[in-house]
Write a protein that binds this ligand. Structure first.
Ligand SMILES: Nc1ncnc2c1ncn2[C@@H]1O[C@H](COP(=O)(O)OP(=O)(O)OP(=O)(O)O)[C@@H](O)[C@H]1O
Length: 252
């Protein structure tokens, strides 16, 4: 099967400063591909460059069509959904209004969204600005899933969330990934282990490793060298996350 996204020699600048230098990778047409790397190496910039949100050069091919000269509006209409790191929701509008505004297709996938996020249905009348961080993340994901996208770019969806909510967001993403391929920026190794088939590791604006997620995560030396964390720390984090997610309410 051909890749859904091909990125070749992609470079980008913000305010004239280079933020990524020479990024090359492909995203398979199914499953989750994780973009990893230490803080500030260019993960978010890579997503923004693909979406045409920052000045870029190089080649980006989406489902066989070059999109690197197109504006963001056109790229979105081609079927790439983008869930940015800052969870863009309209804070003064209700949850239901946020969802309605995101509907682009003639037949939005309301059933899928209601099945994945029953809590959002219950909170339809609540102003989005008063939702918790985890609920805002769910709303942001739901907005992208309403349309029949052919690829989702999701930037650090679990950042800053409590372990139990991290598990809920991971579950929602896992479900979503059954219907659409996902390019996921993520720092949480247990989440990557659970969701990702493939990984792309970035360092100093360049790709330094691509391969299968399982092969990287079981190689403690590579995890330490490429990501700057100890694999056993990741195991501890995973164990803590599972314990927190499964502990009775009063024990958390
Ligand atoms: N608006 C901006 N103005 C100037 N420099 C920026 C801006 N946004 C990002 N940068 C710089 O670009 C580089 C890459 O940033 P980017 O946000 O892509 O990294 P990241 O890997 O996503 O980081 P993190 O994991 O911390 O979110 C960093 O050195 C950052 O300081």
């Amino acid at each position: 099967m051909s890749p859904i996204l091909e990125v070749e020699h992609l470079s980008a600048t913000i305010a004239g400063q280079p933020v990524i230098e020479d990024i090359t990778f492909t995203v398979p047409a199914t499953g989750v591909t994780a973009v990893l790397g230490r803080n500030g190496v260019g993960k978010t910039s890579t997503m923004k460059a693909v979406m045409g949100l920052i000045a870029r050069s190089g080649k980006v091919v989406f489902d066989g069509v070059r999109i690197d000269r197109e504006d963001t509006h056109r790229i979105v209409r081609r079927g790439i959904g983008y869930v940015p790191e800052d969870r863009e929701v309209f804070g003064s509008l209700t949850v239901a209004e946020n969802l309605r505004l995101a509907e682009r297709d003639a037949r939005p996938r309301r059933d899928l969204v209601e099945q994945l996020f029953p809590d959002l249905v219950r909170r339809g009348g609540q102003r989005a600005g008063t939702l918790s961080g985890g609920q805002q993340q769910m709303l942001s994901l739901a907005r992208a899933l309403l349309n029949d996208n052919r690829l989702l770019l999701v930037d650090e969806p679990t950042k800053g969330l409590a372990p139990k909510i991290v598990t809920e967001v991971a579950e929602a993403l896992e479900e979503a990934a059954r219907t659409v391929p996902v390019l996921l920026v993520e720092q949480n190794l247990p989440v990557i282990e659970r969701l990702a088939a493939d990984v792309v590791v970035i360092d100093s604006g360049r790709v330094v490793h691509t391969g299968q997620a399982g092969a990287l995560l079981t190689d403690a030396e590579a995890v330490h060298r490429l990501l700057g964390v100890h694999a056993d720390t990741a195991d501890t984090v995973a164990a803590d996350a599972v314990a927190a997610a499964t502990a009775p309410e009063g024990a958390k």
